[in-house]
Ligand binder design. Structure first.
Ligand code: ZN
Length: 411
């Protein structure tokens, strides 16, 4: 456990308090998440991606904003985008655990239903003795994956439908629908080669029926894949159901929409009950979507992906350009005249690490009621800003306060 019992309780109290204090008005809040925006110098002595990018517009916005840093989960913890987004949306990512199976389904835009059981599937290679020889089946192409998924999709086990969808390369999403399932199940993936796949074991007595179901699927999958090569079996891991999470509207009293282009982020927004708008494929269409919807919502979540993708590529220059591409659209966002702008990342993705990292994330908050720090937007300035350093789940209460959407606590 990362948090002490007391801290857990504090989070719950804070949640309850918020719900009691929320009030409605006509203010509008814009949350911009530049995925993985936080970075590092690529070479010792150099600047970070944000420092090296020419960001006249972002800096203009920052100079009229308060700056700070946030920890998506806790110091030292590198988060995935799922929990990191939940944190910025104000849901404690340690309390609301989104399992890997659910993330896999969300990531391909699959519309999970409340009672579905989802797992990640890995197409793998098994020898004649039944031992796994390659857990990724040589990373088959996504096209081959689509053929294999089609072979397994639509399987019926008793009253349960099994849906198998391609994710990418050897990865698939496996969804069981039409029953009451437990996700308290161990993986069938043995994690090593030279041994057989494990049987899916229940981790609590009530999960036995679900384990039997998963094993029945695995057996039938082996039959259907028997003459295939190199992918002749499928390993299951990360069994999960949708968390029963309170909706954004019930929690904050705001009608919220998401303007994102990637399925995963649309899925995360849908998970908390935001309306997911058809935002096209580019930042241009996203901004246009935002403009058109501006009269219809109180809260707007704009997701920008390329800062993260280029960071994960380890391409410092490309991440700098991704930041600069975003910078050019900042005036269009400011022109909408949101009462509160929150601009931050879900986590850091330094090009130097080619991956997500634990570094705290630059945060900017603008409203009529902040004390501007009069500084450009980058990691160092944010570390000196008057918002200080906070946990991601404290961002939403601050945004709400700045929108004058929270009552006073006590007399
Ligand atoms: Zn991310």
């Amino acid at each position: 456990m990362l948090v002490s019992h007391l801290e857990d309780r504090e989070v719950a109290l804070y949640d309850d308090l918020l719900e009691r204090l929320v009030k409605k008005n006509s203010s509008k809040i814009l949350l911009v998440i530049l995925d993985g925006v936080g970075g590092l110098p690529f070479h010792p002595g150099g600047g970070t991606e944000l420092e090296e990018a020419s960001t006249a517009e972002l800096d203009k916005l920052a100079r009229t904003s308060a700056l700070g840093l946030h920890d998506p989960i806790a110091p030292g913890i590198t988060p995935g985008s799922g929990p990191a987004h939940l944190g910025v949306f104000g849901y404690d990512p340690l309390r609301w655990d989104i399992g890997r199976g659910v993330l896999a389904a969300l990531g391909i835009g699959f519309d999970l239903e409340k009672d579905d059981l989802a797992a990640r599937g890995n197409f793998a290679t098994m020898d004649d003795a039944g031992n796994i020889t390659d857990r990724r089946a040589g990373r088959i192409s996504s096209e081959t994956n689509a053929e294999l998924s089609a072979l397994l999709n639509g399987m019926k086990i008793g009253d349960v439908d099994v849906i198998v969808k391609t994710v990418k390369e050897h990865r698939a999403a496996v969804i069981f629908r039409g029953g009451q399932f437990s996700d308290n199940l161990a993986d069938s993936d043995p994690q090593v080669t030279g041994v057989p796949a494990k049987r899916v074991e229940p981790l609590e007595p009530g999960a036995k029926a679900s384990a039997d179901l998963a094993n029945a699927f695995a057996e039938e999958a082996n039959r259907r894949l028997a003459d295939r090569s190199p992918a002749n079996t499928i390993l299951l891991r990360g069994f999960a159901r949708l968390p029963d999470i309170p909706s954004f509207e019930s929690r904050y009293g705001m009608k919220a929409c998401a303007v994102a282009t990637y399925p995963m982020y649309k899925g995360l927004a849908r998970l908390v009950g935001m309306d997911v708008l058809d935002a096209g494929e580019s930042l241009d269409t996203q901004v246009e979507t935002l403009r058109k919807a501006w009269g219809d919502y109180d809260f707007f979540f704009l997701h920008y992906k390329y800062t993260d993708s280029r960071g994960e590529d380890g391409d410092f220059g490309a991440k700098v350009r991704a930041i600069e591409d975003f910078d050019r659209r900042v005036p269009d966002l400011v022109a909408l005249e949101p009462d509160v702008v929150v601009l931050t990342g879900d986590h850091s993705t330094p090009s130097a690490l080619k991956s997500h990292s634990w570094h705290p994330v630059p945060l900017l908050l603008r409203s009529r009621y902040v004390i501007p720090d009069l500084m450009d937007f980058n990691e160092k300035n944010c570390s000196r800003g008057n918002l200080g350093r906070m946990r991601a789940l404290e961002i939403m209460p601050l945004a709400m306060a700045n929108a004058l959407r929270l009552e006073k606590y006590g007399a």
